[in-house]
Design a binder for this molecule. Structure first.
Ligand code: URA
Length: 292
């Protein structure tokens, strides 16, 4: 995800690159032993006893400012603690998500969930933005620095491009778009999320899609494509072609893979493909509107 650094001849660009790469994430007022932190139990919200009752919204677990390091602790670590993103925790995440019956409940459950290591280095949980009940749900990859600061998906440069692209076909997050990412916490330094981190977040994403019940899914980039279909088709080959998304509850909806806006910022010549995809989306929405 992180592009190559600009040359030292352009110090402003280099500084911007450092910030975008997350250099501020490791400059803390005090040292923080992330290794020790990673050994500490982090699964309270996901443990098999925790989510059963009260329901996720009632858990009242406020979002922590994650960059405030917890006080050092050298207490012995329980050997029963599953590591982050273990198969057990992924199963717990799925079970927790399944118990949520509304988007509010799911959002509260995600915010209270501590089973993903990414949450420890992120500032905010980035759940979603846009109009709930919108006909189109966009799924991106992972929050970047701007999203992590604001707690909303696609608010940085690539998000602004995405907003302009959708505006060209009369769509906006204020009216008819609902936006989320596969990964709910910013990977440090914008590194590519690991497959275990993705598997954990997908447990929430699938329930997110079920509860949002869009008419159409837009899959922005190769990461969400792979996460949702476990397929290795490159995004260039998959883009612009409808495929069925199985909601997992008996329903299927059309899903359109398209290019990620961050990629379009780097390879502007590909904008013409993204424009074609938008027109394909527009046609589908018209077709769905007139369908009996
Ligand atoms: N890229 C993404 O995939 N998602 C965001 O929210 C921002 C950038």
């Amino acid at each position: 995800m992180t592009p190559q650094p600009p040359s030292v001849e352009d110090p402003r660009a280099l500084l911007r690159w450092y910030v975008e790469s997350g250099v501020e994430d490791i400059v803390e007022d005090a040292p923080f032993d992330r290794y020790a932190a990673s050994l500490r139990p982090a699964v309270a919200a996901a443990s098999s006893t925790a989510p059963a009752s009260p329901p996720p919204t009632a858990r009242g677990v406020a979002e922590r400012p994650l960059r405030q390091a917890p006080p050092p602790s050298f207490a012995p670590v329980s050997v029963a603690t599953p590591p982050f993103e273990s198969p057990q925790l992924i199963e717990d995440a799925r079970a927790l998500a399944a118990r949520c019956t509304t988007l509010d409940e799911l959002e509260a459950a995600v915010r209270a969930f501590d089973g993903c290591a990414l949450k420890r280095t992120a500032n905010k949980t980035v759940f979603a933005d846009g109009a709930r009940g919108a006909p189109v749900m966009v799924v991106g990859e992972a929050p970047g620095a701007d999203e992590d600061r604001q707690g909303k998906p696609f608010v940085g440069k690539s998000g602004q491009l995405m907003d302009r692209m959708f505006a060209a076909i009369g769509m906006s997050r204020e009216t008819n778009l609902y936006i989320t990412n596969v990964v709910l916490w910013r990977p440090p330094g914008n590194r590519t999320p690991s497959s275990a981190e993705i598997a954990m977040c997908v447990a929430f994403l699938r329930r997110h899609i079920q509860l949002a019940r869009p008419k159409v899914l837009v899959i922005a980039g190769g990461t969400p494509l792979k996460a949702l279909y476990d397929a290795n088709d490159g995004i260039m080959r998959a883009r612009g072609r409808w495929r069925a998304y199985d909601m997992g509850d008996g329903a299927t909806i059309p899903a359109l893979p398209t290019l990620h806006p961050a990629g379009l910022l780097r390879a502007t010549a590909n904008k013409r493909f993204a424009w074609k995809d938008l027109l394909i989306l527009q046609d589908k929405l018209r077709e769905l509107e007139t369908a009996p």
